[in-house]
Write a protein that binds this ligand. Sequence first.
Ligand code: APR
Ligand code: PHB
Length: 394
Amino acid sequence: MKHLRTQVGIVGAGPAGLLLAQLLHLEGIDSVVVENRSRQYVIDRVRAGVLEQGTVDLMVESGVGHRLQKEGMRHEGIFLEFNGTRHRIDFAELTEGRAITVYGQNEVVTDLIEARFASGRPIFFEAEETSVHGTDTHSPTIQFRHSDETYEVRCDFIAGCDGFHGICRPSIPSNEMSIYERVYPFAWLGILAHAAPSCDELVYSLHERGFALFSMRSPAVTRLYLQCAPDEDISHWPDDRIWNELDIRLGSFDGWRPNHGEIFQKGITGMRSFVAEPMRSGRLFLAGDAGHIVPPTGAKGLNLAASDVRNLAIALEAFYRTGNQDLLGGYSARSLRRVWKAQRFSWWMTSMLHISPEASAFDQRRQIAELDYVTSSRAAMTSLAENYVGLPVD
Ligand code: APR
Ligand code: PHB
């Protein structure tokens, strides 16, 4: 067995693990990152792409914002479409100039992996049989196999950044943790297409056939989503059917359509709200999807991961500088306040914009009234806008 020693052991090299590694590196704090997938798999995995201003600022402050500042697409609003009308929510005007940036998670992860290699600190891809031990002691360990060798990494702390299906959260005794969960009776079928975006901003559309979302990744790539059943079989969705459905659900306003092009990626994502409390057990700290999941409608998942690791990095830096554990003690409560506000917002956006098979005729009328209100009252628009661009850091 090979023995390694570090200050912070990080399980998972998604946005949470990689950004934490970079923030710690900048404070001179050592870490070992352990990831079970390959570098290419982690980069290629298609996920979200909307960054709050605070996430952009954190990337820039962390020295990983060069490409983001050049290639990221700043958006100062979104469109909401329903009943054949389209309304713009003007973020910049409603929130004193704040905005979001469209920059794919693939690009975020690419930039962070590059920074990790540049730091010269260790990262193991394709680790197998990862497990964590002794999290209730002062020197917990991460064990894994890599290239036919068994490793044990002795740490001061472990950060569980291994996503929703990782091993860190399940390693916490169930009597120490409460789970809050809601599973939605619909899913998203998402595609990427080689087509120039035919609108400058995102369009969230509620149609009687279900929700549809128009988004983008670059001046040449459009990202689109359709509400579908959670058990939908993707083989029943040939490209023609997808375009036809998108045209119907997005085209109710003024005959507008997304540009069509070659579809080069397709996938179905379930929708769930999930929170594990507290986000800590002994010297194991959960961050990002390992601790919570939001449905994608509010585009909060990646941004929550960023705010968790920001809080964790600040707390660890304070501990190593002063020996004071107060901020580490407050990490879970501080992160959860933001998590729950994002949960509320994501649940609200999701409920407002999807056709639920469980909805009554009353629910459907109320839903249209909600959209009517949110697109006509400045107070309601401001509430949407300030949540979408990201609430202030507290
Ligand atoms: N050992 C090591 N690594 C693991 C293990 C394991 N047993 N299980 C999972 N992982 C890795 C995954 O392969 C993945 O690369 O942990 C990483 C977790 O990354 P994400 O799932 O991307 O989660 P996170 O970093 O918290 O990012 C937040 O918000 O909007 C969402 O989906 C978006 O992924 C984004 C997430
Ligand atoms: C995306 O571009 O992938 C995207 C945009 C907005 C969302 C969710 C996903 O609410």
